[in-house]
Design a protein around this ligand. Structure first.
Ligand code: ZN
Ligand code: ZN
Length: 366
């Protein structure tokens, strides 16, 4: 087993013990990726990693056993399509001494049929999701993860500039997205998402990039992400074609001040809801509170959206090493939208912003 997996399993067991958990079960997905550095091919065949205080074992579809063996020396309890998973599950639970587990942590992203297969077997067991155990560990990034996220953020900066360079009147949202995707690929990154919301489309926070062509006077929301070496990027900047619409400059300045206020509020020991409140207060006092229709941010790690969520109700206490977005926005239907998004890592003294690209409006000639 790689050292990283050994260390993470050890830290996980300490968390499980502290939380009074007998068994943790993960499906093939990003929790497993974080813990072991790989996951077996995910499909409808039940596949579970079981971790208890005394050991770990896989319920493993036979079809994936050989391929997975290259990545781990954890015991497999294989099952063939002709037999079904029941006997192998019995053996796997016995292997880790969890036949009578009373408290189980379930991977909240696993398939419902996997979860029910396990819960039906462990009659009467209480279940919880990963927040207090694996999720709490995943929120705090180590320096290797920081380096990968930073690398991706700088690629994103350059992809954003490629998008700026492609923008001019008559060019469609889709064509700008294509230029951005091409840039990600030129740096061996996979484009993950490209939201290009031009003019009134910018008022839909998750606009589906389409065929609308840029027009003089448009404000354009550009929210993009790519993925390289297993980690993603995510950033939003604003562009205008010539003079932006009436009221734009003031609203942009307001959203930028909201970003600054949230950054200033980020300290280890502060609750996520207090960071959200700092951003929201600025926008509300500026008269656009009703137009800020989403949370202030989300964690970023192997998943583009993961804990901690920076919402108005989250009591999650922020801590050193956490990586998350600060992305307040305002959305004015029929007119324009504005979102400015930074990804930060929380250090002892405050947040470190990943991007080196200013949040100022990028104006192209009309
Ligand atoms: Zn985001
Ligand atoms: Zn984004």
């Amino acid at each position: 087993m790689p050292d990283a997996a050994k260390h993470r399993l050890e830290a996980l067991r300490a968390r499980m013990q502290a939380a009074g958990v007998d068994l943790l079960a993960l499906g093939p997905g990003t929790h497993m990726q974080w813990l072991l550095g790989f996951y077996p091919h995910p499909d409808e065949r039940p596949c579970l990693l079981l971790v208890s205080a005394s050991g770990e074992a896989f319920l493993m579809p036979s079809i994936n056993a050989e391929g997975s063996r290259e990545h781990t020396d954890i015991a497999f309890h294989p099952w063939a399509d002709a037999d079904g998973p029941d006997a192998a599950l019995t053996a796997a639970l016995a292997d880790v001494g969890a036949d009578a587990a009373k408290t189980v942590v379930l991977d909240e992203t696993m398939r419902a049929d996997f979860a029910l297969l396990l819960l039906d077997r462990l009659q009467g067991a209480a279940h919880q999701f990963t927040d207090a155990t694996l999720g709490a560990l995943r929120m705090r990034k180590d320096e290797a993860e920081f380096a990968l996220l930073k690398e991706n953020a700088l690629i994103n900066d350059r992809a954003m500039q490629a998008g700026f360079a492609a923008a001019r009147p008559g060019v469609s949202e889709r064509e700008i997205a294509a230029a951005i995707r091409a840039h990600f690929k030129s740096e061996d990154a996979e484009p993950a998402f490209t939201i290009i919301g031009s003019g009134p489309n910018g008022a839909f926070p998750h606009h589906h990039t389409g065929d609308r062509k840029l027009q003089p006077g448009d404000a354009v929301v550009i929210d993009i992400g790519g993925r390289k070496d297993g980690y993603p990027s995510d950033m939003t900047r604003m562009l205008a074609v010539g003079h932006p619409p009436d009221g734009y400059a003031e609203a942009h300045a307001l959203v930028d001040r909201a970003v600054e206020a949230a950054l200033a509020a980020c300290r280890p020991g502060v609750r996520a809801m207090d960071v959200d409140a700092a951003a929201r207060r600025v926008i509300t006092e500026g008269g656009l509170g009703d137009a800020f229709i989403h949370r202030t941010g989300h964690g970023l790690g192997i998943d583009v959206h993961e804990p901690p969520y920076i919402t108005s109700v989250s009591e999650t206490v922020l801590d050193e090493g956490m990586v998350f977005s600060i992305e307040p926005g305002v959305y004015l239907p029929g007119r324009f939208g504005i979102r400015l998004e930074e990804i930060v890592i929380l250090r002892k003294d405050g947040p470190e912003v990943f991007s080196e690209l200013p949040r100022t409006l990028h104006v192209v000639e009309s």
